[in-house]
Design a protein around this ligand. Structure first.
Ligand code: KMT
Length: 217
C-alpha cells in the first residue's frame, strides 16, 4: 500500500478553500504511480436512512457500494495504510503536507467520561467545518457519514489503519458502531478548530466554495 502514501503526498492539498483542487482530477491525472484508491476492502455504501440505532450498519439490501473514486468526487479522500508502518507514514504525511499539529481522541465511555453522551450527539448531528477533518484511525471502528454531491448519505466504515480526509464545507457526521470504541489521531494544519456548524449553514463561504469544487468536477 506504499502507493497510497505516495499518492497522498502527490495530491497537493491546499490550505485555502479558494484554491482547492479537485481530488478526482488528481486521482485520474497521469500519475507517476498507479492510483491505489481502488482498495477492494474499503467499505462505503449508501445509507438506508432508517431511523434506528445509528451504530448499526444501515446498509441497503441489496447494498449500493460507493467507490473511492466516487468519494473523491465529493472531495473525500480515504486510504488504508495498515499494511505499512502506520506511524512512520503518518509522520511522513504530516511533514509533506505541513500538518503541524496533532492530538488523539478516544471515543468511548471511558475515554470521554461525563462528556460521552453530549459528544456522541454532537458528532452525529449533521455539520460542517471550515477546515479539513483529517483522522487517522489508531484503534477500534466507527462510521463517517458524508453527504455526496447529490446530497445522499454515504456511510464509510473506518477501522485501525485508515486515514480519512473530509474537505472543509462538506456536510458530515460521525458515529461509533456497536463496538463502542474508536481511537483516532486528529491532524491539523494549524491550531485545532473544533467548531461544528450544524446544517443548515448554506450561506457559509466554505460551504459555497466546497459546492463549487464538486459541481466543477
Ligand atoms: C468530528 O468532528 O466529527 C469528529 O472529530 C469525530 C470524532 S473523531 C473520530
Amino acid at each position: 500500500m506504499q502507493g497510497g502514501a505516495v499518492q497522498l503526498a502527490l495530491y497537493a492539498f491546499t490550505p485555502s478553500f479558494v484554491s482547492f483542487t479537485s481530488p478526482s482530477t488528481l486521482i485520474h491525472s497521469p500519475a507517476r504511480h498507479p492510483p491505489t484508491s481502488l482498495d477492494p476492502t474499503m467499505r462505503a455504501y449508501l445509507y438506508d436512512n432508517l431511523d434506528t440505532d445509528c451504530r448499526e450498519p444501515h446498509e441497503l439490501s441489496p447494498s449500493v457500494p460507493v467507490s473511492a473514486e466516487e468519494l473523491a468526487a465529493s472531495g473525500v479522500l480515504y486510504w488504508r495504510l495498515k499494511d505499512e508502518n502506520f506511524t512512520e507514514q503518518i509522520d511522513k504525511i504530516c511533514e509533506e503536507r505541513n500538518y503541524k499539529n496533532r492530538d488523539q481522541i478516544t471515543v468511548s465511555k471511558e475515554g470521554l467520561g461525563d462528556q460521552f453522551d453530549a459528544k456522541i450527539k454532537t458528532f452525529f448531528a449533521e455539520h460542517l467545518h471550515e477546515d479539513e477533518e483529517i483522522r487517522a484511525i489508531l484503534e477500534g471502528t466507527g462510521y463517517f457519514d458524508i453527504r455526496d454531491k447529490d446530497d445522499r448519505w454515504v456511510r464509510i466504515k473506518v477501522e485501525a489503519g485508515d486515514l480519512i480526509v473530509l474537505p472543509a464545507g462538506i456536510y458530515h457526521r460521525f458515529t461509533l458502531d456497536t463496538n463502542n470504541y474508536l481511537k483516532a489521531m486528529r491532524l491539523f494544519k494549524e491550531d485545532p478548530v473544533w467548531t461544528p456548524l450544524n446544517r443548515p449553514c448554506d450561506d457559509n463561504p466554505y460551504r459555497k466554495a466546497y459546492l463549487q469544487t464538486v459541481t466543477a468536477i
